[in-house]
Design a protein around this ligand. Structure first.
Ligand SMILES: [Mn+2]
Length: 422
C-alpha cells in the first residue's frame, strides 16, 4: 500500500466518527495540520475540540482516554503507550519512528523522510485532499518546520503542485518589502549584518544603494550588485559556500505574502498560546493578523532585552536577571539567549520571570563554553522542589516562588563543581 492509499483509509476512519478530540503540536506545523482537520470536520459536521500541547505524554493521553483522539504532529513518540492503553486514536505525525500502529500515517513506513520530505500538515493534506485540497496550509506547516531549507523536495513538492503557492527564485530573506537595512540586519543568514544596523547601513552606502529602499523596489542591476556584494562580504569573512548558497533560491508566496513570514508569525503566536488567531490565519488566509502579530512580537523581544539588560546582575561565575512579570515566560529563553549575543557576555546567563504562582527560569551559555547547563539546572531545581532540564547550552526550569536566590546559589555552585571536575 502506498502512502496515498493509506491516507485515504485514514480519511475513511475519521469520516465515520461523530466526535473527535484533536491534540496538536503547539507550533506552525501543528496549527496548520489542526486547521486542515478542523476545516474537514466543519464541512462534514463532525463535532470536535482542539487542544495544543508542547509535547505529548501519558498523563495527557490518560486525561482523554475515553475520547476519540486525532493526534497531529505529535504521537509517533508515544505509540507504545497508545497501544498499551488501548486508545481509540489516529496518529498523523512525521517525527521519526518505525513503531507500527495501524491507525497512523507515518511517512517513514513508506520510505519517506519526515525530516524534510513531508510535515504533519502535509500528511493532513494527503488525508483530506479527496474532499478538498489544503495544499497552501500544508506548505505553511512544512515551511514552519524549516523543510524548505534547500527548497521543498519529495512529497512537499507534490503538495506544492496541488496548492496555489507561488514559487519564484529570489533572495531568501525575510522582509523583501521592508527597508533594506532591516531586511539584512534581521536575517541570521548573513552573520556580518545580523542585528547590526550600523554596519548594514554603512555597507549599503558603500555600494551606493539607498538603505531605505526595499529589495522589491530595486532594479535588476541593483539587485545583482547588492547580492554579489553580500556574497563577497561573506567570502571575505570566511563563510562556507554552503552558508552562502542558502541566500538564493526558491521562495514561496501566497498572494504575494512570504510564507516564511507567515509561518514565523504562526510559530510565535503558538508560543504565546494564541491558537485561535493562529488557526484563523490558516483557515481564513487573513495574513494581516500575522503581520501585526510579528511586529508586536519583535517589539516585545526588543523591550524584553532592554528590561533584561537593565536588571542584569553579576556574581562570580554567572550573570542573572529577574524580570518579575515584565517579561512573558514564553519568550524568556529567547531573550536570555539574545542578551548573551548582544552584550557579548562570556558567562552563563540566568533569566527569571513569574509564571502564575511559580518562577520560570531560562539559562543560556555563550558559544564554545564547556559546560552542562542541563545537568546543573536539573540538580538545582530538584533541590528546591522544582523541575528542570534541557540541553548543554540552553536549559530551563520551573521553581517555586520565593526561592530565586537559593536557586542562583545552588546553580552557581553546581556550575563551579563542573568546572573543577572538567
Ligand atoms: Mn512538524
Amino acid at each position: 500500500m502506498g502512502i496515498l492509499e493509506k491516507a485515504k483509509e485514514i480519511y475513511e476512519i475519521i469520516r465515520k466518527k461523530q466526535n473527535v478530540f484533536i491534540v496538536a503540536h503547539a507550533d506552525a506545523d501543528g496549527v496548520a495540520g489542526a486547521s486542515i482537520f478542523k476545516m474537514m470536520m466543519d464541512e462534514l459536521e463532525i463535532e470536535h475540540q482542539i487542544k495544543f500541547v508542547n509535547y505529548l505524554n501519558e498523563e495527557i493521553l490518560a486525561e482523554h482516554r475515553n475520547q476519540s483522539l486525532l493526534l497531529v504532529d505529535v504521537g509517533n513518540g508515544n505509540l507504545k503507550e497508545i497501544k498499551k492503553m488501548g486508545l481509540d486514536a489516529v496518529v498523523i505525525d512525521h517525527h521519526m519512528s518505525y513503531e507500527f500502529f495501524k491507525n497512523s500515517l507515518n511517512p517513514f513506513h513508506y520510505g519517506i523522510d519526515g525530516g524534510y520530505e513531508i510535515s504533519a500538515s502535509g500528511l493532513a493534506h494527503l488525508v483530506v485532499r479527496n474532499l478538498r485540497g489544503y495544499g497552501d496550509i500544508a506548505i505553511i506547516g512544512a515551511i514552519g518546520d524549516l523543510q524548505d531549507r534547500y527548497g521543498l523536495k519529495g512529497w512537499n513538492r507534490f503538495i506544492l503542485h496541488e496548492s496555489n503557492v507561488n514559487v519564484k527564485r529570489d533572495i531568501r530573506l525575510y522582509g523583501r518589502n521592508k527597508p533594506l537595512y532591516k531586511m539584512l540586519s534581521f536575517s541570521p543568514l548573513i552573520p556580518p549584518f545580523f542585528r547590526n544596523v550600523g554596519a548594514t547601513i554603512k555597507f549599503l552606502k558603500s555600494i551606493g544603494i539607498d538603505e531605505n529602499k526595499t529589495w522589491n523596489d530595486l532594479k535588476w542591476n541593483e539587485k545583482k550588485k547588492l547580492f554579489s556584494s553580500i556574497v563577497k562580504t561573506m567570502v571575505e569573512r570566511g563563510y562556507e559556500m554552503e552558508d552562502i548558497e542558502k541566500l538564493y533560491g526558491e521562495v514561496y508566496e501566497i498572494a504575494s505574502h512570504d510564507i516564511r513570514e507567515i509561518a514565523a508569525s504562526i510559530n510565535s503566536m503558538a508560543k504565546y498560546g494564541e491558537y485561535e488567531k493562529a488557526m484563523e490565519i490558516c483557515i481564513k488566509k487573513n495574513f494581516d493578523i500575522a503581520k501585526k502579530f510579528l511586529e508586536e512580537h519583535r517589539k516585545n523581544i526588543k523591550n524584553g532585552i532592554k528590561i533584561a539588560r537593565e536588571k542584569l546582575n553579576e556574581s562570580k561565575s554567572i550573570k542573572y536577571f529577574y524580570a518579575g512579570d515584565k517579561i512573558k515566560d514564553t519568550i524568556l529563553g529567547t531573550i536570555t539567549g539574545m542578551l548573551i549575543e548582544s552584550e557579548r557576555i562570556m558567562k552563563p546567563v540566568v533569566g527569571m520571570a513569574e509564571n502564575d504562582d511559580k518562577i520560570k527560569v531560562s539559562v543560556r551559555a555563550p558559544k564554545n563554553m564547556n559546560i552542562n547547563l542541563s545537568l546543573a539546572i536539573k540538580t538545582a531545581a530538584r533541590q528546591l522542589g522544582g523541575k528542570g532540564g534541557g540541553h548543554r547550552m540552553a536549559a530551563g526550569a520551573t521553581i517555586p516562588k520565593g526561592y530565586e536566590n537559593d536557586f542562583l546559589q545552588i546553580f552557581e555552585a553546581e556550575l563551579q563543581s563542573q568546572s573543577v571536575s572538567l
